[in-house]
Write a new protein. Structure first.
Length: 127
């Protein structure tokens, strides 16, 4: 990964985690309520960015790009899809990490810089 890709990955992951947290709360209260157009535009924008960052290798939902604004999805539908994107964002992150003197760092292709990060969430599966 390039440094710019790491920054984009971390930014969109944070945004998606925030959306997931907020929408999960809505889904617990009213799972079948439709998402309003403002929130849907925020979700679709984040999904678009995540899709670009993930590329074809990490596509979380085959054939899905974003939600149709004319057919408002339910809170639970959006939460489900965002959860799938978060899983793939983490998989891409984990696939681009390595250990360095006891720390986890990104494996960069364009720099000798060492960007420290948290260990992979599924550490038992990462060698």
């Amino acid at each position: 990964m390039k440094i710019s890709e790491v920054k984009e990955l971390e930014k969109i992951t944070g945004q998606m985690e925030g959306l997931h947290k907020e929408l999960s709360a809505l889904a617990r209260k009213s799972p079948n309520d439709g998402l309003n157009k403002f929130k849907l535009s925020l979700v679709n924008s984040a999904l678009d960015q995540a899709t670009k960052i993930l590329g074809e290798e990490y596509v979380p939902v085959a054939g899905f790009a974003q939600f149709d604004p004319d057919d408002l999805p339910t809170n639970s539908d959006v939460t489900l899809v965002i959860g799938q994107y978060l899983e793939e964002l983490e998989r891409k992150r984990a696939d681009n990490l390595k250990r360095d003197m006891g720390n986890w760092i990104y494996s960069l292709t364009d720099s000798m810089e060492k960007i420290r990060t948290a260990p992979p969430k599924k550490i038992n599966e990462k060698k």
